[in-house]
Ligand binder design. Structure first.
Ligand code: ATP
Ligand code: MN
Length: 157
């Protein structure tokens, strides 16, 4: 079957649960297509500027960005050489950055995990996923983590 998505945005919080979404993006992209893998840093510690305003410390931000870039690189699954991969680390509110990039890059599809790092068992989907679905300019495909046999997620009732 010819795959039709040629420009996919795959946001990840670098957790195991989000990885299912990144993998699915690579499974779905068409030959010669592009996957943008995005991590948004949202918990930047603030320091105090001399006018009494809290500001992010540029050195701390640089260190966080570098660490995230390395982790993001490590999440890229094996893929055919024809697939173009763009890795991006940005700062801000995750869902706002995801929606803005989806629109700027005119992606066909956003693929993301139902859950991320906090993975609250009783919430149907994570808050970043929910807000992205509400505001996205394109379809959003939501991927659950692989259910482990015997785990709560594997139960059907
Ligand atoms: P919570 O609502 O408590 O954060 P959660 O962490 O389980 O719950 P989400 O944060 O919504 O759930 O994560 C769901 C998906 O959203 C992730 O699999 C990932 O695709 C995306 N996502 C979440 N946070 C980020 C982030 N900081 N950068 C990029 N993508 C993110
Ligand atoms: Mn989260």
């Amino acid at each position: 079957m010819r795959k039709k998505f040629s420009n996919i945005l795959a946001p990840t919080d670098l957790s195991e649960a989000a990885h299912a979404g990144v993998q699915a993006a690579f499974d779905l992209v068409s030959e010669g297509g592009k996957v943008i893998v995005l991590h948004v840093i949202d918990d930047i510690p603030l320091t105090y500027g001399y006018v009494g305003m809290s500001i992010p410390d540029p050195q701390v931000v640089a260190r966080l960005m570098k660490g995230a870039e390395e982790e993001l690189e490590a999440c890229i699954p094996p893929h055919p050489p024809g697939i173009e991969v763009t890795e991006k680390v940005l700062t801000g509110n995750p869902f706002e950055v995801i929606v803005r990039l989806a629109s700027e890059e005119e992606v066909d599809l956003v693929v993301m995990g139902t859950h991320g790092r906090s993975g609250l068992k009783h919430a149907l989907i994570g808050s970043v996923t929910e807000k992205t679905i509400r505001r996205s300019p394109c379809p959003v495909l939501v991927i659950p983590p692989t259910a482990q046999p015997g785990s709560e997620e594997g139960e059907t009732r």
